[in-house]
Design a protein around this ligand. Sequence first.
Ligand code: SAJ
Length: 423
Amino acid sequence: MKLCVIGLGYIGLPTAIMFARNNVHVHGVDINTDLIEKLSSGEVHIEEPGLQDFLIDAIESQRISFGVLPKEADTFIISVPTPIKNDKSANLDFVINAVNSIVPYIKKGNLIILESTVPPRTTTDILVPILKKTGLNVETELYVAHSPERVIPGKLLHELVHNDRIAGGINIESSKKTEELYKRFVKGEIHLTDSTTAEMTKCMENTYRDINIAIANELTMICNELEINVYEVIGMANKHPRVNIHSPGPGVGGHCLAVDPYFIYNKAPEIARIIKLARETNDNMPKYVADITKQLLSNMVNPKITIFGVSYKGDIDDIRESPSLKVLEILKDNHFEVHVYDPYIKNEYCVEFDEAVTGSDLILVLTDHTEFKNLDQKALARLMRTPILFDTKNIVPQQNDSELRVTNFGDFKNAIPTVTGGV
Ligand code: SAJ
């Protein structure tokens, strides 16, 4: 079987490699020529456990090739980004370009699968009309489906295999063909449906999570107003067998939760009020964190702030839509001296650990990297000028024998220094 995968990012590349491991001859396509060169020489561009070794295996077994142009194949998988525009509507340009790029290579009997997360009805209203350019009868001579991925970065290879999957065809034959394809490596159940239901399901999964995080964030702000420790409330409420309040944080990042709710919202703005409000609540969290930061530093002159973590979540190197970047921007706009440390990110605004913490008046933990859970708090306190750490992810335990005062959303008001510090 021959497969052509268009888009070799966080999902396309691992998917291509998994098929290659399962006796499929895969051709991976991307518009980025540097990336094609890199992958062809056996080097992956994303940090994901196991992926590098799997790529080398696939190249050595001659089951994978890479190029900037598609090739004829039995199946085409499109896995390109679907960002949002400034007006929060979906930017489907990459999807449209990708489908157009495969049109000349499509033959009767081919299966075309869209994996990118898209607003409901994209497959029927956008994909199918483009596929008509092949001159084939899309309903009877091609198979077309939406089959969204559901994997989480960091556990990607495991979840690709073990998660349940949805196969949403434009007709039942397309759903069945899609099921047959993924069965080559998927051990989870494959659920057959139509393409529009599959699109809505995927968008709603991430919207559900975004809304639940928004409730946790709203609860945090209410508890702070009423002087109640939010973590005690969440901890106890979650002892109820049917309650699962999520964790508050500095906001919601990544390319999925911060984006997909708008795909639903834009289809029914009059009705989707909770969805919109949840987005706004989560988007407001960086400002809320910056406001708390100001309170913690209110008695200091020229304070130095250290941000710990810019990835949008723990133990990954992805900064897309990261709330840390927004916190950084707000603090800088307020003329604070801010230094950033992230063990996973090397870029123009990140510095080494010692440089970031020496002389600092406040460490702001914004990402739940494992490294931050096991800090040497005594050593840290010695390097800092005012040893306070504000932990927005509630991951740093207060060590009794250290000078470092660890605080969080639940008790930051007790940690505001009363003595004037700084220079
Ligand atoms: N976050 C909180 N509080 C929480 C949980 C998460 O503030 O209780 C924040 C995280 O710090 C992060 C953001 O939410 O900034 C998103 O993190 P995430 O781990 O929930 O989600 P993603 O975007 O990495 O992955 C999601 C997953 N979807 C669901 O869990 C419903 C994943 O399964 C999807 O494959 C992925 O979106 C996607 O591609 O759609």
